[in-house]
Design a protein around this ligand. Structure first.
Ligand code: ADP
Ligand code: NI
Length: 213
């Protein structure tokens, strides 16, 4: 099967799987990550076929959508086994997806530029105006408060502790969102992160101003 056809089939599969998702991993998040991925690939002079596949499939098995368990292998195999004969390719893709998320900063690192590109593309969508919207949507879905002036920041000593946190969403800015700019691995990703980072800081200033009126 041609690369273009494979991408089209994967896109349809992901659309059907995620179209009704409302905790910030919906299909339009995937579309934005694909777009960011292609922009970064172009700037880095990289072929975008493999990164685009990674981007489309990076959230299909996310633990948040599957009762706390990572189901990447299952959901990626389900679609790709009928499209791609090379099993080694599929196994590598599954491993690479598992390197992408922030996971409280506990994730393993890699030196594969194709993975960095998608990790940056995903992180960009957790920043800026959309990142803020996604954080409050996710926090709301978990029953977390917007903000609690009495809340004391926690130090997470494991990925599980980070994932279980019931901290108010404003705390998530300090636990993750404001750290992302420094974690960008590609030049283009860092450049794109700049504006979104600044916007989050402006947003926080305004938030506290209104809170403390
Ligand atoms: P992670 O890689 O940290 O598990 P994801 O990228 O899967 O996070 O998270 C999906 C979206 O939900 C992101 O926009 C992220 O910032 C947001 N999010 C994750 N955890 C929280 C939280 N505890 N509070 C608010 N937003 C969160
Ligand atoms: Ni994502």
């Amino acid at each position: 099967m041609m690369r273009k056809q494979i991408i089209e089939k994967v896109k349809d599969y992901v659309f059907n799987l995620l179209k009704n998702e409302s905790t910030g991993h919906d299909y339009y998040h995937i579309q934005r990550v694909v777009k960011n991925t292609q922009i970064i690939c172009q700037a880095e002079g990289l072929d975008d076929y493999y990164p685009t596949l990674l981007a489309y499939l990076h959230d299909v098995g996310d633990y948040k959508l599957h009762g706390g368990q990572d189901k990447t292998e299952l959901y990626v195999q389900k679609i790709l086994k009928n499209l791609i004969a090379d099993e080694t390719f599929i196994t590598k893709l599954i491993k690479d997806i598992q390197l992408i998320g922030f996971k409280g900063g506990f994730n393993q690192t890699t030196n594969n530029l194709e993975v960095w590109v998608v990790a940056d593309a995903d992180r960009l969508d957790a920043m800026g105006a959309i990142g803020i919207a996604r954080a409050f949507a996710y926090g709301g879905s978990q029953g977390n408060l917007l903000h609690d002036p009495m809340h004391k920041p926690e130090k997470f000593d494991s990925i599980e502790a980070y994932q279980k946190s019931k901290a108010p969403t404003l705390q998530h800015f300090y636990d993750k969102l404001l750290k992302l700019k420094e974690l960008m691995k590609t030049k283009k990703g860092r450049e794109m992160a700049e504006e979104r980072h600044k916007f989050m800081k402006v947003y926080l200033d305004q938030f506290y101003k209104e809170w403390n009126i």
